[in-house]
Design a protein around this ligand. Structure first.
Ligand code: HEM
Length: 488
């Protein structure tokens, strides 16, 4: 009951709550552009763990290290907050949004799709798509033009995720009019808009207030579902044919060796002896399309932006790449990519400053008992919503001296010792399943860009905007100049 909830969080400070309305006054202050700054000052005022009542909703905000470690480690509290409900019609109950038994069995099935042997096969895709990216950037690489790199990175990461997840090529970077790709992009933007205007997360309010946008959304979902369904059906019949003709060479029309895609693992998987249905698989493929492109594009764009403002870091990456790969045509392996330690520090530092998923949450379904927090021990009662402010935890001055500065070297010494509350990929049972995949994707793309282009500090500073995925209101602007020696 409500009074039980009130008593349980008696020990947790927060803004004054009016009868019935709660902290609605403070809640209205939340604006996307200033959200992290507002929350940051509220943490300053109330401490690293505070509560807000919005009508009868109890909201807990955490930038508390101990508390966050415990909630992320929990195998019980793994239900997502309702923020993702608006993704439901598109993604169904895919891995990102599902919970309970369904989530458990899916997570078990999907984990092997990111096995290192499969990742190793993906390196060729990362490599080839990065080369296309370099060609697309070339027209602007005159040393003067101001370039917002985000749209380029977005098409690159879309091409990568389509090819790795579905095993097909849509060439979005070159052929910019692909209907499916345009639908994914438009849908992602629509979701960001609904996320910013908080009341539009509600499907009914959205339908009433924006009927034409709602129609458009349905149309986009139809385009995307038709596309993924077709790919899945074709791939399934291809797999069935293959299993009937054992001696058939695994090559496609062009004579290239056929590579497995994440989709193949899903098609071959069984759940309690039953194969997954096409609809089950569609949810997961669509989830990869959403989670796997916008996040990576955000990470890459902020990374390039930061490097354009830090020429010394560019030089260090360049030196490291030359040391590992020399001038020759050495091909990429997981092992030699692992040798790029400084490049990895740059990626981590960039993810720390601009985490692509700065806020995520849990719906607390049963009482959560915590210990040793900044408030000592206590209980978060069932039915509360709990938000983890990763964007703020990653700028905690006690762990990261000069928290707002770009200092990749800090990761040469600190790294993982901070544990669960320091990962931009979240941690524990519901951490990011694509984390290794994306680290290699980012590394490969970054090193190829740095080898080819010098990044110049042109254009405006970023204005970070924590949508579902972190973005910048004015894009991520920089200049590019071709380096003299080119051998990528
Ligand atoms: C730099 C890029 C990325 C970052 C920072 C990131 C971060 C995250 C975070 C913080 C979560 C937890 C979200 C929550 O609890 O609400 C998550 C979940 C997830 N991510 Fe990523 N992600 C990235 C890239 C990717 C990629 C490339 C893929 C797919 C290939 C992917 C697939 C997923 C999936 C499927 C989940 C849900 C896992 C589950 O609930 O079991 N992510 N990611």
């Amino acid at each position: 009951s409500n009074s039980y909830m009130r008593d349980a969080v008696n020990n947790i400070p927060g803004p004054p709550a009016l009868p019935l309305l709660g902290c609605i006054k403070d809640f209205w202050k939340f604006k996307p552009k200033t959200l992290l700054a507002t929350l940051s000052s509220m943490f300053g005022e109330y401490g690293n763990l505070f509560r807000m009542w919005i009508f009868n909703r109890l909201i807990i905000m955490s930038a508390d290290i101990e508390f966050t470690e415990q909630i992320l480690a929990s195998t019980t509290h793994i239900t997502k907050v309702s923020t993702y409900d608006m993704l439901h019609q598109w993604l169904g109950n895919g891995l990102l949004t599902s919970h309970g038994k369904k989530w458990h069995s899916r997570r078990k099935i999907i984990t092997p799709t990111f096995h290192f042997k499969i990742l190793e096969e993906f390196l060729e895709i990362f490599d080839r798509q990065s080369t296309i990216l370099l060609e697309c950037l070339e027209e602007k690489a005159d040393g003067q033009s101001i370039i917002d790199v985000h749209p380029y990175m977005s098409l690159f990461t879309l091409d990568v995720i389509v090819e790795t997840a579905m095993g097909i090529q849509v060439n979005a970077q070159v052929n910019k009019t692909n209907e499916y790709i345009l639908a994914v992009k438009e849908m992602t933007e629509l979701m960001a808009m609904r996320f910013i205007r908080s009341h539009l997360k509600n499907e009914i309010l959205f339908t009433i207030l924006h009927p034409s946008k709602k129609l458009r959304q349905s149309k986009l979902i139809q385009i995307m579902h038709n596309f993924t369904k077709k790919v899945i059906e074709e791939r399934r019949s291809l797999l069935e044919q293959k299993s009937h003709s054992l001696y058939q060479e695994e090559t496609n029309e062009a004579g290239c060796k056929k590579r497995s895609a994440l989709l193949d693992v899903l098609l071959q998987a069984t759940n309690d002896g039953q194969p997954l249905s096409n609809e089950d698989i569609r949810e997961e493929v669509d989830t990869f399309m959403f989670e796997g492109h916008d996040t990576a594009a955000s990470a890459l764009s902020f990374m390039l932006y930061l490097l354009s403002r830090h020429p010394r870091a560019q030089k260090k990456i360049l030196a490291e790449v030359e040391q590992v790969y020399g001038d020759g045509e050495k091909s990429f392996t997981l092992m030699n990519l692992n040798e790029l330690k400084y490049t990895e520090c740059v990626i981590k530092e960039s993810l720390r400053l601009y985490p692509p998923v700065p806020i995520f949450g849990r719906q607390v379904k049963e009482d959560f008992e915590y210990k040793h927090s900044s408030l000592g021990n206590g209980i978060i009662p069932a039915n509360s919503e709990l938000y983890i402010l990763m964007g703020i935890l990653l700028r905690d001055p006690k762990r990261y001296p000069n928290p707002c500065e770009f200092l990749p070297e800090r990761y040469e010494t600190v790294d993982e010792k901070f544990g669960m509350s320091s990962s931009p990929f979240s941690a524990g049972p519901r951490n990011c399943i694509g984390q290794k995949f994306v680290m290699y994707e980012l590394k490969m793309c970054l090193l190829k860009i740095i080898k080819t282009y010098e990044l110049l500090p042109l254009g405006e500073e970023v204005c970070p905007l924590p949508n579902i995925v972190m973005t910048s209101e004015n894009g991520m602007q920089l200049g590019l100049r071709k380096r003299r020696v080119l051998n990528v």
